[in-house]
Design a protein around this ligand. Structure first.
Ligand SMILES: *[C@@H]1O[C@H](CO)[C@@H](O)[C@H](O)[C@H]1NC(C)=O
Ligand SMILES: *[C@@H]1O[C@H](CO)[C@@H](O)[C@H](O)[C@H]1NC(C)=O
Ligand SMILES: *[C@@H]1O[C@H](CO)[C@@H](O)[C@H](O)[C@H]1NC(C)=O
Ligand SMILES: *[C@@H]1O[C@H](CO)[C@@H](O)[C@H](O)[C@H]1NC(C)=O
Ligand SMILES: *[C@@H]1O[C@H](CO)[C@@H](O)[C@H](O)[C@H]1NC(C)=O
Length: 526
């Protein structure tokens, strides 16, 4: 039974250390980037089917944030979800309608370490109280020692599936691959639904769904009768110039489906995974799971023509491929180029082989000082709804009191449903084994840190002889295979399918959260 990706595992990691790594930018003076986001409902037709989406600044996907390593991001979030905007393209009339159906929100910048600013991680009821409707809140953090391809998304209910997300790119003045490509292109992969995600989630969280994910409930390819459609929405198009080299930044923002990404006739070379450089790794197809990011270099070395860029679903998901067009400058326009897929195909979803995916710079990883093993399974809770369980405990947020605030107020959070684990020894190195008894794979990711992937495999026991402790890849999102295991290692942790790892609570206590953050909780919004 596969599971809805939004429930991927979070390991929330709050670290009290303020930016321990010196900033190495050669001659670059960091600056503050003021980002101004209005979260609002807008009626759009991105694929030709007219529906209401939740958006950032009226766009789908939201605007791309581009900053440099070392910069500060001031991200102002204006929650206007209680206001819907009807855009009538024909005569350009913009109508704003206020209604009382506001929603609270919170914004998470995925992949950001939030060193010294755990309160700006954007996870409701762990890191913060929610931002009520018609209220403004500013996230204020630096990207001190980080680079690469990331994304931001609303972390409240299913808002990101309805459109509240966008790319977050941290450029590196010292990019080791800078001379290897001419241009950058951002490719966001997303499973886009015609039904509002809150409705999908409601359907999913009923005994009738039997825990079977969205595809059986929705993801219809045909619009229902009475739908408003716009003709010729067309396929997305990417422009190539013959012989130029492109760095494609690929971000999987799906709710449910993993994809195999490829461009007909064009090889790709992986150079980045989740914000960390990798050794060049030549591939035809890139498996990418929810929330993972990769950069690949593609050379426009084929005859001037049109080619298909494709995202294939796993074979077990009976859905058509998602296509876009790569159009070489000088080629005639062709709305339907012929299919020419690589003949070697991937069937079951597994991450890009972590044995061939190696970090660019060798790193000696520390010996572990502690080992934790977790069993993951999906079964009915006592009211008959299929939920995810980590060692028999399904996380339930305390919607009155965020965990981080409990640390500040010295309140306990030891109830089983908090799935909280406290690590109070400085410098602990923890191995975590996750054993998945579900027949679907599950992506999971960690907030505030990256982990080394020591290994993955089939079966219900970690094969310790198979673990790679020599130069393993470090990333923040990985996939636990169906009926299989993954072993990861990380340093100093804290977190929450969801474990909350609380690291060094005594150190966190010494920190001073900003007043605006404390004030959110006083608003009493749920
Ligand atoms: C952002 O945080 C920095 C460091 O704490 C602080 O100096 C600055 O005033 C903050 N900016 C805003 C607009 O809150
Ligand atoms: C994107 O993530 C989803 C969720 O796990 C996954 O099913 C899908 O395969 C991913 N896409 C790619 C291209 O791997
Ligand atoms: C989870 O349960 C397994 C047995 O099913 C046990 O060995 C393990 O220690 C438990 N993990 C934690 C973190 O308590
Ligand atoms: C089972 O899960 C549903 C959906 O989240 C929830 O409404 C219900 O309270 C849960 N039942 C128990 C006993 O926790
Ligand atoms: C949780 O902590 C409180 C306060 O320290 C204590 O009284 C209570 O027994 C603890 N509960 C559990 C389940 O450990």
């Amino acid at each position: 039974m596969a599971f809805y990706g939004i429930f991927f595992f979070y390991i929330i990691f709050w670290t009290a250390v303020v930016s321990p790594t010196p900033i190495l930018n050669r001659g670059y003076i960091p600056k503050t980037n003021n980002i101004d986001f209005t979260i609002e409902k807008v009626t759009l037709a991105p694929d030709g089917f007219t529906r209401q989406l939740s958006t950032v600044n009226g766009q789908f996907p939201g605007p791309t944030i581009e900053v440099n390593k070392g910069d500060r991001i001031l991200m102002k979030i204006r929650n206007k979800l209680g206001e819907s905007t009807e855009v009538n393209k024909g005569d350009c009339i913009l109508m704003k309608i206020r209604n009382k159906l506001g929603e609270s929100t919170a914004m998470h910048a995925h992949g950001m370490l939030q060193r010294g600013t755990p309160w700006f991680d954007g996870v409701p009821w762990m890191a913060q109280c929610v931002i009520p409707d018609d209220y403004e809140f500013t996230y204020n953090f630096t990207v001190a020692d980080q680079v690469g391809t990331h994304w931001y998304h609303a972390h409240e209910t299913m808002q990101y599936v309805d459109g509240v997300f966008g790319a977050l790119i941290i450029h590196d003045p010292d990019d080791p691959f800078k001379s290897e490509y001419d241009e950058e292109i951002i490719v966001m992969l997303n499973d886009y639904h015609h039904t509002n995600a809150q409705i999908l989630l409601k359907q999913f969280l009923t005994p009738e769904s039997h825990g079977v994910e969205v595809r059986k409930i929705d993801i219809s390819t045909k619009a229902p009768p009475g739908s408003k459609c716009v003709d010729n929405a067309g396929l997305a198009k990417f422009e190539f110039v013959k012989d130029k080299k492109y760095r494609l930044r690929i971000i999987n923002t799906s709710a449910f489906s993993a994809f195999f990404f490829s461009i007909d006739k064009h090889e790709m070379e992986v150079i980045e995974a989740d914000g960390l450089y990798t050794k060049r790794n030549k591939i035809h197809r890139l498996p990418i799971n929810v929330a993972q990011r990769y950069s690949v270099i593609v050379t426009a070395n084929q005859p001037v023509d049109n080619y298909i860029m494709r995202s294939e679903f796993q074979k077990t998901i009976n859905l058509p491929n998602i296509k876009a067009i790569v159009h070489y400058e000088g080629a005639p326009d062709d709305p339907e180029p012929k299919d020419n897929p690589w003949s070697d195909s991937l069937t079951e979803y597994v991450d890009l082989d972590h044995k061939t995916l190696q970090p660019l710079e060798e790193e000696k990883i520390p010996e572990s000082t502690k080992k934790f093993e977790f069993k993951i399974d999906f079964h009915k809770n006592s009211t008959g709804v299929v939920k995810a369980f980590l060692n028999d405990s399904s996380y339930i947020p305390d919607i009155n009191f965020p965990t981080l605030d409990k640390i500040f107020k010295k309140k306990s959070f030891n109830e089983t449903s908090a799935n909280a684990y406290i690590f109070d020894k400085d410098g602990e190195v923890v191995d975590m084994y996750f054993i998945n008894s579900d027949d679907g794979e599950h992506p999971f990711h960690i907030h505030g840190y990256q982990f080394w992937v020591l290994g993955t495999g089939n079966g219900d026991k970690v094969d310790e002889n198979e673990l790679n402790t020599h130069n393993p890849i470090k990333r923040d999102t990985a996939t636990i295979p169906a009926l299989g295991w993954i072993a990861i290692r990380f340093w100093h942790l804290e977190s929450g399918l969801l474990i909350q790892l609380v690291t060094l609570p005594e150190e966190v206590l010494k920190m001073q959260p900003p007043e605006e953050w404390t004030k959110l909780c006083e608003l009493g919004e749920r």
